[in-house]
Write a protein of this length. Structure first.
Length: 264
């Protein structure tokens, strides 16, 4: 009797938490481009525009000799924009929702989780555009897509969640975190094999780049989408670092959450 009485409120609490997470995630997606004429098009405009610019600059101007370089760029840019948007938005999510955090009692972890999940949903919605690019270029659909794509989506979602759980509470106490993140993202763009193949990096530098989990993810996305193969050994550095990010993020957020409302 006592056990049943205890489990019922706990189940109700989890239900309310999931309902709130769903509501915040859906609200963010709806508000993101509400009032715009093109709507969904803007979700894919940024990677497409930057991809075209990079293709022209690197392939046509600097004459990089690499077949299907436009596909190479696109398969890096789409995941990159997912990562950079999720990290940027997660960093400021507690500050931007300050009035809600101070006045309403709820699990604050829902806010960075909703940002991570919302950006993942946005990526999934835009993924067909990337797949169309691959198919139009003559690359056929691969059976490995059914396993590799969900695996990489879950891995990158976990990575963005872990990083968001670290940065969101830290940004409440140290407002320099937000501009520092923007600078760091600009550096990571050129240190994550987004626009160059990892195989062309000198052997002594490659292990350093793999300390960045995005490098393994970028390589993994191309192996799945372009080669039709499950990500190779480079992905395991990303897996290990993602597990570390989630563990550290959960610890940091749990320690700082109780003080966030007072600091806002």
């Amino acid at each position: 009797m006592g056990l049943a009485a205890t489990s019922a409120p706990r189940a109700a609490g989890w239900t309310r938490t999931w309902d709130l997470l769903f509501a915040l995630t859906t609200r963010e997606l709806i508000l993101r481009y509400r009032g715009t004429v093109l709507g969904y098009v803007w979700w894919v405009a940024r990677p497409l525009a930057l991809g075209l610019l990079l293709w022209f600059a690197l392939r046509r101007v600097l004459t990089i000799d690499m077949p299907n370089y436009h596909l190479f760029i696109m398969t890096g840019l789409f995941p990159w924009f997912w990562f950079s948007s999720a990290v940027s938005e997660s960093t400021g999510v507690l500050v931007s929702h300050g009035p809600l955090v101070k006045k309403v009692v709820f699990p604050r972890i829902i806010l960075p989780l909703s940002v991570a999940l919302g950006n993942a949903v946005q990526f999934v919605i835009t993924l067909p555009v990337l797949v169309i690019f691959v198919l139009v270029a003559g690359e056929g659909a691969r059976p490995m897509w059914l396993i590799g794509i969900p695996f990489l989506i879950l891995l990158q979602l976990a990575l963005t969640t872990g990083i968001g759980l670290i940065l969101a509470p830290l940004n409440v106490f140290f407002r320099d975190i937000s501009p520092l993140v923007e600078v760091t993202l600009n550096i990571l763009f050129y240190a994550s094999a987004v626009i160059f193949p990892l195989q062309r990096v000198p052997d002594d530098v490659r292990p350093i780049l793999l300390l960045n989990p995005l490098t393994g993810l970028m390589v993994g996305w191309r192996q799945v989408l372009l080669d039709g193969a499950f990500p190779g050994r480079d992905i395991w550095s990303a897996v290990g670092l993602t597990v570390l990010a989630v563990a550290v993020g959960a610890f940091v957020f749990r320690k700082l959450e109780r003080h966030v409302a007072d600091a806002l």
